[in-house]
Design a protein around this ligand. Structure first.
Ligand code: HEM
Length: 238
């Protein structure tokens, strides 16, 4: 873990610029009062997943039910949605593979994460009473989201391919794929609503880690105390 030494007299916008420069290529470094949490490539991959996910969703919903047919006007009609949806699905799957590769080494569940994921741990988290000082860079819930997203993307791709090339597969598999594709996207969508809520309104200061790449030291100390200790351990005492 490294720290960028900054002269005391450096103006505040100077800190921001230095943090931004570091956030382009590296992470887990302290720059003034900020910590670089996600490098530029990680943020680009995350937003590629998010954008392709929503294109899949908004082209898929009007195909799924006529009640949501009005969404097709966003793309120029139902016919365009039918053409676009499978290709958006391929783009989403490809972006998800990149996201998997970039984060998999940091998302292994530890015994501390399993404690976080017990009903007691989750209740304390949602009551904002989680004082577990062992929460690292990602908490148990974030790791679970990562694995669920990977599994969900694989399931959506597999069932989507069966529906895209129906004649290549048997009737049983086709019928199962229709059902599983609908179940998978419904669960995925519900999970992403929760993810967006936690990443924005519920925990102010989080979204900037995916926009600027940095978080404040106080945010890190509050939500990810072990990560904060690890990143700041080589800081000189004042
Ligand atoms: C508008 C939509 C989205 C917003 C606002 C959003 C926001 C965020 C934020 C702020 C983080 C960083 C959390 C942190 O640093 O502690 C994050 C991480 C992450 N996002 Fe998203 N996200 C969105 C869509 C998605 C989608 C569609 C996926 C689908 C797979 C996804 C998967 C992830 C994963 C796996 C992580 C890393 C684990 C975590 O921090 O939860 N995100 N997102």
């Amino acid at each position: 873990m490294r720290r960028i030494a900054l002269p005391d007299e450096m103006p505040h916008n100077g800190l921001g610029d230095a943090a931004m420069a570091r956030a382009r290529s590296t992470e887990n470094v302290v720059v003034g009062d900020e910590i670089v949490r996600e490098r530029l490539s990680a943020r680009v991959v995350h937003w590629a997943v998010a954008v392709t996910f929503f294109v899949c969703l908004f082209t898929g919903l009007p195909i799924w039910t006529p009640y949501l047919g009005f969404l097709a006007t966003l793309f120029g009609g139902l016919h365009v949605c039918r053409l676009l949806h499978p290709w958006a699905g391929i783009a989403f799957a490809a972006a998800s593979v990149l996201m998997f590769v970039q984060w998999v080494s940091q998302m292994r569940l530890t015994p501390a994460d399993r404690e976080f994921l017990t009903p007691r741990g989750l209740l304390r988290y949602f009551q904002y009473r989680n004082d577990d000082v062992e929460v690292g860079k990602y908490n148990g819930g974030q790791k679970l989201l990562f694995w669920a997203a990977a599994l969900g993307a694989a399931g959506l791709l597999a069932t989507g391919l069966v529906m895209w090339f129906p004649l290549a597969f048997g009737q049983r598999l086709r019928e199962a794929s229709y059902l599983l594709h609908d179940v998978a996207f419904s669960l995925f969508f519900a999970m992403i609503i929760g993810h967006i809520y936690l990443g924005t309104a519920a925990e102010p200061g989080t979204l900037r880690s995916m926009v600027r790449g940095t978080v404040t030291k106080s945010w890190a100390q509050l939500h990810h105390p072990r990560w904060y200790r690890e990143v700041t351990s080589d800081q000189p005492k004042r």
